[in-house]
Design a protein around this ligand. Sequence first.
Ligand code: ZN
Length: 221
Amino acid sequence: MRFVPRFTDGQEFPHALGKVVCIGRNYADHAKELDNPVPSEPLLFIKPATAAVSMEEVIDAPFSRGEVHYEIELALLIGEELSHATADEAERAIVGIGLGLDLTLRDVQTRLKEKGHPWEVAKAFDGACPLTPFLPLSRVPNWNALSFQLEINGEPRQHGEGSDMLFPVPTLVAEMSRHFTLQPGDVVLTGTPSGVGPLPRGASLQMTLTGGLEITTRVVE
Ligand code: ZN
């Protein structure tokens, strides 16, 4: 069954999700914590539709394959087809904002990176992208004023500010659309701030996004 994005009022988006387009390093402090250089152009990758799951269900990840890292990210729901879009067009095509976890098999990824191999299997596995419902957007928000956070078992772990993104939302989505046509129902993940770490089994996760989104979920034991 295809994953269909939902709004916070429970309404389903009329298109199923086709893919999730992500950026590897969009916050200087996170690039630094993983010893990665700050990129001059965005490092893009894709999670397939089969990676998307609802954040309202428990998070089940392939723990048998090594550490599964959490990365909380601002998620954008795309409402119109975008190809070689301008920043303006890209911005107007966003119909919802929410939060997503870019779950990453970090041990697997590190091994693949060392060999210079693609790290698809570390990021694109089934369930690798839990998504919250989306707050509907009737107009373009002030991206710089957006902030979000992740608490694990009541402790603050990650805090992101739109104003800290190396590639701001309109520029980022426009750039993505030069490589991959974005279609209605696709989701964009905008990169994670510092504070990533292994997802503890059995943990409770609380996520908040300015504008009134608050979600609690749990990791399987
Ligand atoms: Zn990420």
